[in-house]
Write a protein that binds this ligand. Sequence first.
Ligand code: GTP
Ligand code: MG
Length: 216
Amino acid sequence: MSDETKTTDLDIEAGRLLFARPFVFVKGCVKIADLPPADRLEIAFAGRSNVGKSSLINALVGMTSLARTSNTPGRTQELNIFEAADAPLRVVDMPGYGFAQAPKEKVAQWTRLIHSYLTGRPNLRRVYVLVDARHAAKANDLTVMNELDRAAVSYQIVLTKADKLLRRELDKSIAATRAAIKKRPAAHPELIVTSSQTKFGMETLRAEIAALLTRG
Ligand code: GTP
Ligand code: MG
């Protein structure tokens, strides 16, 4: 299986070293004013509820329970901040969108928080927009991509739960997602295909993030 993204051996090694550090939970933010100062490069993981954002962060840092995960949607309810000592990087786990069962006021609060963070954070270098490989991008994913395009915030699609598909189904999903991002100005043209369960794609994802740090 290829990873759909070109990265160099140097990036792969830099990515391995970057995420060999122990990452720690710094804080959970319910409003923009709670965020730490914009003093280092940030990457954020966004996507529908239950798509696997928190699981992907755990797989990325090689820890089993740094970010809290759950079978039920709506687990992550704040902007959760993770950092490692001496790494010039901050990782942000976001509440999911599209969770219709939560109380209306909660949904409205999360939607506002997600929107203002994604479009107004000066040090947000890249958003990883997670899409379940089985379901392709849905209307609310497209809304978020539209916002990111409009705000000129760089983003890349990460297909999740690749372990749940047969190869030919995965190929179809990759093709459909590529077509959906083709004309989007702020979208990275390549996808990253992942499974937090098998750890497929982690080397590539780490390398991509390391490249953001070294190449700006
Ligand atoms: P919210 O915080 O509620 O928005 O969800 P989330 O996007 O953070 O999802 P989370 O990581 O909590 O995972 C949701 C469910 O999907 C859990 O039951 C995970 O075990 C499962 N899951 C996540 N990633 C994978 C994967 O790569 N493969 C499989 N098979 N299951 C996964
Ligand atoms: Mg979560």
